[in-house]
Design a protein around this ligand. Structure first.
Ligand SMILES: [Mg+2]
Length: 406
């Protein structure tokens, strides 16, 4: 990524480049396709890679025939077996997939000096400036995809566009075995009718929040004023506004909705000092909560990690009845988890807190005690402002105050 990022950075500083041309290449149902090379008799059948149908794991790839039954990657294998009992279940062989990925990468390297493997089965290529060698970008893209299919017998798809985001959406729309070109200037028209979830970086959480605002398509998202999006989503709103127009930006740190927010601390020396441990826990909890609020999110699931001397690690989670973002509400739960699960005879090496089950803009006000909630929210936000001005150590709530001024 850095190579491409650097190159594009240079281009904007120097003279405008020849027409930007990013090709996103994505192998179709990659793990399944590799397995089918050795088992051609399974072609046209529902095939699932990931493990036995009664195993505990999840699906890592499904053939297009299996997808018709609602099977997709990350689905529990047992659920997949229920959806399609006659599917063929295969164990995955990651080393084998890596080898095939390397073969594909070697072909990609022939077409551009700038190749970024985004994962084992997808890559971005910069085709601007490869004209003399391979012809116009669309012809080069076509040649490249044909060469992959001819030499590896693995199916793949491609998307060609002026930005990475649009190229990736285009390759997805082209699947399977397709190539889709979105000429510069037609990005918004191309994206407009698609559901918002098709935009890279927009996951389930943002999709749900957008639906609550009445937004289902990219066109509807693009029509919303930037200020409105920023009011609801904070910095993420700026990114959403840009994404809805097909824009890329490397300078943005937040480019996908977070899945979890974690804070860990490894002690310089293993410790069994309850007060020091609980103080650190409060500090970690406050830091994570601040990041949570900055992202405009609430968390539903809290996970505590305790690692003892000797690296034995225990994690304990609790799911709250309602999502929360306030220091006091979240720390209380972490403290309970800690007190209930720490084996006091043992010294601790690392403490960690993690917030997940994230939601946008859930209502914080509890109906039971609105006054207390409001006071706490005010206090929390005032503390956030002070921390922004004076650094994190300047405001701590009781429980994380160090003893003996240390
Ligand atoms: Mg793929």
């Amino acid at each position: 990524m850095t190579q491409l990022a650097r190159l594009r950075g240079l281009q904007t500083e120097a003279a405008l480049p020849a027409e930007a041309a990013i090709l996103h290449v994505d192998m179709d149902a990659f793990f399944v396709s590799v397995e089918l090379l050795e088992r051609p008799e399974l072609r046209g059948k529902p095939v699932v890679v990931g493990g036995r149908p009664d195993a505990r794991g999840v699906v890592s790839a499904a053939s297009y025939e299996a997808r018709k039954f609602g099977i997709h990657s990350a689905l529990p294998l047992r659920t997949a077996a229920r959806l399609c009992p006659h599917a063929v279940f295969l164990d995955g062989d990651h080393a084998k997939y890596e080898q095939w990925s390397d073969r594909v990468a070697a072909i990609l390297a022939k077409f551009s000096p700038v190749v970024e493997m985004a994962s084992i089965d997808e890559a971005y290529l910069d085709l601007a400036g490869t004209q003399r060698l391979h012809g116009p970008p669309l012809a080069a893209a076509h040649k490249l995809l044909s060469e992959i299919t001819r030499t590896t017998h693995l199916p793949c798809s491609g998307g060609l566009a002026a930005t990475r985001l649009v190229a990736k959406v285009a390759s997805d729309q082209a699947k399977p075995r397709g190539l889709l070109w979105v000429p510069a200037g037609s990005e918004e028209r191309f994206l407009a009718p698609l559901p918002v979830r098709k935009i890279p970086g927009i996951g389930e959480v943002t999709e749900r929040a957008l639906r609550a605002l009445g937004l289902e398509t990219v066109a509807q998202l693009a029509a919303l004023p930037q200020e409105k999006l920023e009011k609801v989503f904070g910095q993420w709103g700026t990114a959403l506004h840009r994404k809805a127009r097909g824009g890329d930006a490397y300078e943005f740190v937040i480019d996908a909705e977070p899945k979890s927010i974690s804070q860990n601390h490894t002690f310089g020396e293993d410790t069994g000092d309850a007060q020091a441990l609980e103080g650190m826990l409060s500090h970690l909890s406050q830091k994570a909560c601040k990041r949570l609020r900055e992202a405009g999110l609430d968390a539903r699931t809290l996970t505590l990690t305790i690692r003892y001397a000797g690296f034995e690690t225990h994690t304990r989670s609790r799911t709250l009845p309602a999502a929360a973002c306030l220091d006091a509400d979240i720390f209380r739960v972490f403290l309970e988890l800690f007190r209930a699960n720490w084996d006091r005879r043992r010294k601790i090496r690392l403490l960690g807190v993690s917030l997940s089950g994230l939601e946008h803009g859930a209502q914080q006000l509890s109906l039971l005690d609105p006054e207390r909630q409001e006071k706490l929210e005010k206090l929390t936000r005032a503390a956030d402002r002070l921390r922004d001005r004076f650094g994190f150590g300047s405001v701590r709530f009781g429980g994380s105050l160090p003893r003996d001024g240390s």
